[in-house]
Design a protein around this ligand. Sequence first.
Ligand code: UDX
Length: 502
Amino acid sequence: MEDFVTKKTTTPHVVIFPLPIQGPVNCMLKLAHLILSLSRATVSVTFLTTTSIHNRLVRHSNAAARLVHSYPNFRFETVSDGLVEHDDGDAQGALKLVESTIALERQAQEEGSKLRAVLGHGSAEPELMTPVTCVLADGFYGCMVDVAKELRVPLVYIETISPCGLWTYLCVPNMVRARDLPFQDDEEGLDASITSVPGMETYLRRRDLPSFCHAYDPNNPVIQLVLKEAQEFPKAQGHILNTFDELEGDYFAHIRALCPNLYNIGPLHLNLKSRIQQETTKSISNSLWQEDRSCLAWLDAQPPKSVLFVSIGSLASMTKDQLMEIWHGLINSKSRFLWVRRPGSIINKDEDTSQDDLEMIPDDLVEGTKKRGCIVSWAPQEEVLAHGAIGGFLTHCGWNSTLESIVEGVPMICWPFYVDQQVNSRVVSEVWKIGLDMNKDNCTRVVVEELIKELMETRRDEFSKRADKMAKLAAQAVAEDGSSYNSLNHLIDDIVSMRFSI
Ligand code: UDX
């Protein structure tokens, strides 16, 4: 306890430690900005990430440079995850993420490593060392509970996945005990209900569980990370969730029962926009790829609510066959579309296939795309979703994309790939009823065409009405005295006054 008392006499200093991928890096840079601004720069922030993520931020985004420029008490610290540098065309994103997480965890536990020095002192350079008064780490780094304890630093986890996804992760041991897991991963059985995830009994099916639950193997490295997360969750001093009270359902009380100190400060990007002067946040990008802003001019020329935005986020990839099914479905639906095809996101079996290699595209696809489509490699997504021409979002249901769509009142077609995306898509379609679920593996051109017509034409008003209502709730949550507004103040107060006890 002595060390901690000493730290109470120092100035507040947080180390923010995201997973090395777009969604979490994006969220946590926004959180860093909010902490610096709302604490009136009385809190020092060290942003700890991998060298390759930092290089990509420097190359493609302006947020990193702006924070460094505007706040003398903000710094980056970088470590290598020891893997081959990830580049912009990385196709095996999810696999690399797991390897990277394991490598970073190993370093965090290693006496004398640079990463451990940054977690305890903000730097490995003696002249830059200042005591860290709180570590804010991604909830997926299960080892951080022990590491922070050894370093005698309070730990608050930032949960960058959805709370509904998080709850299914936390319930994995319960599902095994109740024999809901493992199950035979055959089509007929996938509609069976899962009853051992309290609060979700009425709608959760096997097919809605995270991908690692299918073909469940306790020795799978992802399952091991998830089991560790479930075990360590209650031991952190608190959890920051990118959600707002009004969005959350029955299961949320169960999360709170495990750890009462929760900060629901989402939607984080909306909180940032509403709390920090518009001028400072305008056109700020945290992108790890170069944004192609020409799509905004293309959108300007389209009628209101006529365009379907299509994107599968920063990690997921589709096969060439899936690409052709989506493409035919889009063209046959006759809808206008803006499609993000991230470099490396199209694979052919195990081989990485660049978009340019796609041989022989049928004429009707080429012509239909020229008439009604726009394809870019990376878009300014928040601005795209806020554009009046957007009427729907075909999304992988990553949590940031889902929230960004909710904030703009844009209904969704959900095509989930892995982790929390399956359960997010179920909640979007079945609980909030602001979108349609592609039934996971059923991405055929006929299904795609039908869903687009349903969302953009036949049931458009019904979905828009519900989505608008939810967007209003999000806006109220971040407005003065709203639930997320107050929760963010509470978090900043706790950081400034170093109120976390270990
Ligand atoms: C990962 C997981 O896949 C997801 O399930 C989990 O909830 C968070 O981490 P990711 O693939 O990065 O997510 O998707 P998402 O969470 O949606 O984040 C993607 C981010 O990239 C969004 O903030 C989105 O605005 C941004 N983006 C995406 C762009 O800025 N431009 C694009 O063209 C596409």
